[in-house]
Design a protein around this ligand. Sequence first.
Ligand SMILES: Nc1ncnc2c1ncn2[C@@H]1O[C@H](COP(=O)(O)OP(=O)(O)OP(=O)(O)O)[C@@H](O)[C@H]1O
Length: 309
Amino acid sequence: MYAGDSAFEAHGLGVRHRRGWALKDCSFRLPAGRICGLVGPNGAGKTTLLSIMAQVLEPTEGTFSVFGAAPGSVDSGRISFLAQEKSLFRGFSVAETLRLGRELNPGWDQRTAEDIVRAGDVPFDAKIGTLSGGRRTRVALALALGKRPDLLLLDEPMSDLDPVARKELTGALLAEAAEHGTTVLMSTHVLAELENVCDYLVVLSGGKVRLAGDVDELLSVHTVVTGAKEGEGLPASLAHHPLVESRISGRQFTALIRPDSPAIGPWETDKPSVEELLLAYLRSPDALPVITPTAQAQDQAYNTRTVAA
Ligand SMILES: Nc1ncnc2c1ncn2[C@@H]1O[C@H](COP(=O)(O)OP(=O)(O)OP(=O)(O)O)[C@@H](O)[C@H]1O
């Protein structure tokens, strides 16, 4: 429905708290229909960014749009935000929780919501307050997906689920997103789970965007170089390639570079995995940021609101 369009564009977003900036100079674009992993160390600004996108937090500075519309004019029914603290009524039963979802959301999909609850053997008559953390998460996910949003924002959604439930719910999420073209932005610390799930990545560190773009584009501009160590540090002839990270173990060096020419040298070269790429950027917060062409915020003229600092 929104192919080629932006689900989200940020221009110079910043959020300042008393002790400093939680988010600063944040500019990137998330195309509609993508499944995006949001990665960064503790305190990087992930929850802050998700809260702005969900329109529950106002930026101190900068502008943004959701599906091309200025904040405030986006129908809230198009966005589902599953926060780390799941806001469910503890005294409601699971069935009552889903009924509330149905009453509040015109596009409600009861079958999807029920299927998710049933797959975890969660009794429909159980009170939310009596459920384990993982089962509460399942009900919250059922509510988020049942709403049939265009933009689904998930803040570490799988953190209290067991491995089998994680896999099953990730599968359900992907199937839903593929069927309805939902855009998903999902923060996580489990990097291995992003491979084969996300086709888009945003890495934050210290409140700034370090990496943003299509997974294939990001992988294709990086190379892992491995070889025998010559003297101290990396071989001098590698020096002109922008370096993200290097490690020496025994007599061998490994470096993740952004080659500025195809001629790299006599060493073994390989494409990084998603996990290798992310780990390298997480370990090297001073590496030059990469925002691929697809992730460059484009439309500067769409929005009107800039909240003064
Ligand atoms: N209400 C607040 N008041 C003051 N500082 C805040 C507030 N909310 C967030 N911060 C600070 O903003 C920074 C970013 O926080 P945020 O929760 O967005 O990080 P995060 O990447 O989601 O972290 P985590 O991985 O631990 O969940 C942190 O330094 C945090 O302490």
